[in-house]
Ligand binder design. Structure first.
Ligand code: UPG
Ligand code: MN
Length: 731
């Protein structure tokens, strides 16, 4: 493929203008941190009582963790770069005949948490890519093993025969029908007609979902009967045979304008209770193999079931990079979300994770794999760039050319063989080939291992979002999702591939630190928990734990606090955020620290000791109306009783009590504001951040308030904590 034309560049890049300021600040802030740690060490040596020794030690440990996290964040600030790509040049340089084939993988897992109609829309949005149809195949891996999902796809295929020619003819860029019909579509006279067809599909699909089974009246053709015959009485989600159904075959299925349609293949890999199936990682590996037997496209796009395409030209953008450097293993688009409320109360936009940090890593070896919106070179799943690691059978090799039609008996037989749950036994799948097992954040771990093998990646973030997905819209969902991530991160942090040791040795310190930043993400919980309770409890017991306002050390604290917070704010605002969303973002960071990270860390260690086990809890993508309204208004939803809310509520109570107590003591002249200023400030800051919690306990009457049980347990535990502190701190 010819890709380099001097006068037609495919992409350019330029370093961020902030780089110099970032580096300077890193030096100054590091000096300040070192000074603080020195100060703590001195106090530790000079401590006279057991209590002051204990308190100083706790601050030393907490601040060392903050210092470590600060160091890891610097890796994102040393060499951020911005890229631009020119897909229109790509089109000029490469003949349509020469573009590589593209296999798209979509992974749904639960038809109730992930409405099939939305999954179908994701598929339709990519089937309508502005890409040669015969080169495009869409594979759906249904981990829910649900006939409802297959039924939805069969309906979708019929609708596709109207939708695809409509998009092509009218050059539609937003090809998710739901999103498209929600916008003004009056420009095209046939749009209304197609919308009716779409509504019909939606009604039929939602009916079937409501009833819960695909009744015989829906199964008419021979093909359908055969496909649904697999769902016998013995067929259950965790235990069932493989189902592979070619829903559309690009060699014969035509749309209403007599144009061929892309392949659409439904796969539900075999599952048995007796074998591990590795969640989404396993699903992706099954798709890697099944697709190899059918199309074996050199380019693969992986999508979560909710991530639909918002721009039909995206593949050409990705090709600008994939075709110009064989060492590029994947091109990552940012995760962006639709339907987030105005000030993003749950900080689900994850500006740092999905925008600021990837730009930083892009100047190094490239961003980490974010799980969705990623164009891979198939080759990257099979060993280092310079050394292909061949799979156990030649048909799965990325260089293999498939010669049989996708519905031929040979292909069908082989596809079933490689989708079997015993297939991976004593192979390299999951360890050296494909998506890697061993972490609940398979995306993070896999991208990391690829970078270690010498692959590069690219962060591609055009102004028009390439994809949109669903963010969790409920506090408990957010916390559970983040807890899953926390566990997965620690699995990487404490594996033999720990980024801090293995990673830094293989990829160099900056990449190693970038990955360490995520792998050790949950340890934020240690300093955050310390600062949420210790200064406050000390204040209650008349202990001063920070320098007086008049002491020079006080200025150090001011500098460190303001420096970190202002830099965070600036980064956030420069990346397009507002001050209000930033405030919510920092509050969610505190909330996660006291819930997801804390519980994730505990669960991880319990699991390491063999006491507990954990799985991939799929995030729900649906909301009821009542709750949706509260979400729109920006009210935090608690609602369900959960132990994860307990430390949060306790912290809210302790901070408020300490802040009030401090004020009383100062007013009564029992202590000087000079001495307790920092403690009062922290307690006041905690109180300010806890406002939604007080409301959720006291004034709210809706279903989203903190359940009585959680409130009572938290209050009792807060009292127990006061008592314990009284005994230990007052000596
Ligand atoms: O056993 C499973 C569990 C999940 N999924 C699918 O994986 C995707 C992501 O699941 P979701 O519940 O939406 O998790 P999130 O935390 O929102 O996902 C982020 O984090 C995951 C790792 O924890 C990555 O896999 C995702 O790509 C990334 O978007 C969805 O399409 C699921 O249907 C499966 O295919 N099989
Ligand atoms: Mn998701």
């Amino acid at each position: 493929m010819t890709t380099t034309h001097d006068d037609l560049p495919l992409h350019t890049s330029k370093p961020s203008r902030q780089t110099t300021a970032n580096r300077l600040f890193a030096v100054v802030h590091s000096c300040a941190i070192l000074t603080l740690l020195y100060h703590h060490s001195l106090s530790l040596l000079n401590s006279t009582t057991a209590t002051s020794f204990f308190i100083t030690l706790t601050f030393l440990v907490s601040d060392s963790i903050l210092a470590f996290m600060f160091t890891t964040t610097q890796s994102f600030r040393m060499r951020p770069i911005y890229r631009d790509e020119f897909p229109e040049n790509m089109k000029r340089v490469v003949q349509e005949l020469d573009v590589p084939a593209l296999d798209v993988f979509i992974c749904p897992a639960d038809p109730y948490k992930e409405p099939p109609m939305n999954v179908v829309n994701t598929a339709l949005s990519v089937m309508a890519y502005d890409y040669p149809t015969e080169k495009l195949s869409v594979y759906v891996s249904d981990d829910g093993g649900s006939a409802l999902t297959l039924f939805s796809f069969m309906e979708a295929a019929k609708f596709a025969s109207h939708w695809l020619p409509f998009c092509r003819k009218n050059k539609i860029v937003e090809c998710n029908p739901e999103a498209y019909f929600a916008t003004d579509h009056s420009r095209f006279y046939e749009a209304e007609k197609i919308k009716d067809v779409y509504q019909g599909v939606k009604v039929r699909v939602n009916n079937v979902i409501e009833i819960g089974t695909v009744g015989p009246e829906h199964v008419t053709g021979e093909r359908e009967i055969q496909a649904f015959s697999k769902w016998t009485d013995k067929f259950t989600k965790p235990d069932h045979p493989t189902v592979i159904q070619v829903v559309l075959d690009s060699s014969k299925d035509k749309d209403v304008s007599d144009h061929l349609m892309p392949n659409l293949i439904y796969v539900s890999r075999e599952k048995r209770r007796t074998s591990l199936h590795h969640f989404k990682a396993g699903a992706l590996n099954a798709l890697l193999r099944v697709s190899a037997t059918m199309t074996n496209a050199p380019i693969i796009l992986t999508l979560d079931c909710d991530t639909y395409s918002n721009d039909s030209k995206t593949p050409h953008r990705a090709l600008c990079y994939l075709s110009s450097d064989p060492k590029v293993g994947f091109v990552q688009f940012p995760q962006r979300f639709h339907g987030i409320n105005k000030n993003d109360i749950y900080a689900c936009e994850h500006k740092r994770l999905y925008k600021i940090n990837p730009v930083g890593m892009d100047g190094l070896l490239g961003p980490n794999y974010l799980g969705t919106g990623t164009f891979f070179s198939r080759r990257a799943f099979f060993g280092e760039p310079s050394h292909l690691l061949p799979p156990e059978i030649p048909q799965l090799c990325p260089t293999n050319v498939v010669s049989n039609p996708i519905q031929s008996p040979e292909v069908t037989e082989l596809a079933h063989r490689v989708a079997a749950c015993s297939y991976e036994i004593s192979t390299n799948w999951g360890s050296k080939i494909g998506v890697r097992y061993g972490s609940l954040v398979e995306d993070f771990f896999t991208g990391y291992r690829m970078h270690c093998e010498g692959w590069k990646s690219i962060f591609c973030h055009p102004t028009r979002a390439a994809f949109y997905g669903d963010a969790p819209m409920n506090l408990i969902d957010v916390l559970n999702q983040n807890k899953r991530w926390a566990i997965g991160d620690l699995e990487v942090a404490f594996s033999k591939y720990s980024p801090i040791t293995y990673g830094t040795c293989v990829m160099g310190p900056l990449m190693g630190l970038s990955y360490a930043h995520y792998a050790f993400w949950p340890i934020w919980s240690i300093p955050l928990t310390t600062y949420a309770f210790l200064p406050q409890l000390a204040l209650f017991n008349g202990l001063t734990t920070f320098p007086k306002v008049s002491e020079p050390w006080f200025l150090l604290y001011v500098f460190l606090f303001l420096g970190a917070y202002i830099q965070d704010l600036l980064d956030f605002v420069l990346a397009g955020g507002t001050v209000q969303t930033w405030w919510n973002d920092q509050r969610m960071w505190l909330i996660r620290g006291l819930s997801s990270f804390l519980f994730g860390t505990i669960e991880f260690f319990l699991k390491s000791l063999g006491i507990a086990s954990h799985g991939f809890n799929v995030t729900s993508k649906v909301l009821d109306d009542d709750h949706s309204k509260r979400y729109e208004q920006g009210t935090i939803e608690f609602g369900v009783p959960s132990t994860m809310f307990v430390p949060l509520t306790m912290a809210a109570i302790v901070n408020l009590a300490a802040f009030a107590w401090g004020n009383v003591e100062v007013f009564r002249g029992k202590c000087s504001i000079e001495g307790v200023f920092v403690q009062m400030f922290i307690a006041g800051f905690g109180t300010m951040n806890s406002k939604p919690i007080y409301e959720a306990i006291i004034s709210r009457k809706d279903k989203g308030r903190i359940p009585k049980k959680t409130a009572v347990v938290s209050t009792s535990l807060a009292f127990a904590l006061f008592a314990a502190a009284h005994v230990t701190l007052r000596n």
